[in-house]
Structures are given as C-alpha cells and as structure tokens.
Design a protein around this ligand. Sequence first.
Ligand code: ISE
Length: 352
Amino acid sequence: MTTTAPHRESQTPAARARTDLRVGVVGAGMMGADHIRRITERIKGAQVAAVVEPDEGRAAAAALSAPGATTRSRIEDALELDELDAVLIATPGFLHAPVLLPALEAGLAVLCEKPLTPDSESSLAILEAEQRLDRPHIQVGFMRRFDAEYANLRRVVESGDLGALLALHCAHRNPSVPDSYTEPMLINDSVVHEIDVVPWLAGESIVSVEVKKPRRSSLARFPDPQIVLLELESGALAIVEINVNQQFGYQVKTEASFERGVVEIGRTAGMSVWQDARLATPEHVSFVTRFAAAYDTQVQRWVDAARRGTIDGPSAWDGYRVTTVCEAGVRAQQTGERVEVSHAPKPAFYGA
Ligand code: ISE
C-alpha cells in the first residue's frame, strides 16, 4: 500500500503532529529486519512506509512484520512516489552514499547505520551535500551512546567526582564472524564503535592510533586478537582488546580508571543460577540482543527529533571524524607504527 499523505514540507505543523513519520528502511538484512520490527512494534510516532531492498524474497519477508509497508527495489522509486519523510539506512557501508545523496536532495531525515561511508573522502562529499540544506539531516547509528551504562559512565567523567580519567580498558568480543570479514574490518567494522564512543565518554578527541598483534588465535583466519591503543588529547589512553573469534558469546565491557577510583560497565546482567556445583549467568551471543535497549532508545530519539526537524545523536561530522581515525587505525595495523590522526576543519554548520 502506498501512503498518500502530502510531503512533510507542505504540511502545517498541526497536521505534522498528527501524522506518523513515514520511514523507508533501506536494506533488509539482519539489522534492517531488526529495525523494521522495532519501528513497527515499539517505536512511537513512526511507521515503516517502505522496505527498500533489491532482493525481492528478502524484502517480502521483512515487509511481513510491517503491515502496510510497500516494497521497493531502489530508493529512487520510493522518492519518486513521495512516500517517505525519513530513511533508515541499514545496507553495508559501501552502499550508503548512493542512498544518502538522493535522500538529502529530497530533504529527508536520515538515520544511517555505521560507518557513514567507508572512507574519509567519500564522507567529506556527504558533508558537502548536507551543507546545501538548512541544517543537519543525518544521524549516524552509533548506538552505544544510547546504552544506559555508557551514559552513566559519561556522567561520572563529566562530574569529575573520581578525578581525571586516566585510562579505559575496553574488551570487544564476537563469537565468530562471516568469511567476508577481513583484517581491516577489526578496525572499520568492530573497533569503529570504540572509536566513536571513547571521545564521547572522555570529552576529548583521539590524536593517534597504534595496533599490537599478540599471539594469534588458532581459530582466526587473520591476526586476531589485536590490541588497539587510542591516545586522547590529554594523554589518557583507551586500550581496546578486539577478538572476533572468541566463540563463547558476544561481550562488550569497559573498565575506566580514574585518579580516585575505577568504574566498570558491561558485565553480564542476566540471572545467576547455582546448580550442580556451578554458578552460571547467561551471556549474549549477538549485538542485536546486547544492545537491544540502546537501539530502541536511539531510534525513538531519532524519530522524535526528526518530527521536530532536527537530529539527536552523532552527526555526519562525527561520522566523518570516525572515518579519519579508522584510516589511521588501518595504517597502524598495516605498519605497526603509531599513526597520528588528521582531519579537515569543522564547518560552522555542525556547531561548536
Ligand atoms: C558488527 O558489525 C557491529 O556493528 C557490532 O556492534 C560489533 O560489535 C561487531 O564487532 C561488528 O562486527
């Protein structure tokens, strides 16, 4: 079914307030399908108006959980029919730009899964296109900023109650990864989350990256685990242990070391069971469940902001900055050297 409501820009604010945000979910793979269910079942003020996915079978299967949604094979089809107010982009990163550019041209609100684009040059092109509009339209899907524990830790840093932040010990563990996953993806696909969230937690930028490769797991197709050192402006250090073949489950933990104390987040929160002389607590096996509440909060806040004509989370500028650190990270991974991060100056369009 095609929604026939007039385009957002031509509606009065009162009419807008009565109307759900019509979202096109682009990409109906694991994350896209998860977001379609989320918007349909839990998010207020939005509906999935179109599932945009070239694989017809996958599109039809995903659309089953969004009654009333159309299926389209290309974003251009949905745009021509004027059936969207917003897009949620959940395709692989290299397919983001071909959706971002027409979506910006149509003036739609955008939530784009990480990364904004795969490299800093193409991210700069997106920033340029966005700056032709009156205000930022793109929010990047770094969901950890919406996780309650991360938000609490950020408040501790900001309060200064434990003194200055000295070091972050981050563990990022996946049970396994598909065959298409390559060594640079340790940085671009996985540690990319720490690269976004560490400066957000610490309130300062990453100035250099170094990568150490400890003893290689016999279960890995490339050197894994790796230790990624993210140096902050003050000299504080985030030490990230990434291992994407660790089998036992999905785990993301952080221990923050301050001048006068230590804070830990990301412990398993499930029920503890004592049985047969063992203590057991269930562990997550995927980021989809580990960060389910964060994804819900992220999407609800994006929808609320889009209805007000704004964003409420990491901007395209943040997305660009992350790509510059990832590029330094991949170079550090390849050379074994400490690589400094550099970036273009921040346009006034993105605030102070
Ligand atoms: C995956 O693509 C994600 O985005 C997850 O959050 C991350 O933990 C995982 O390592 C990535 O492969």
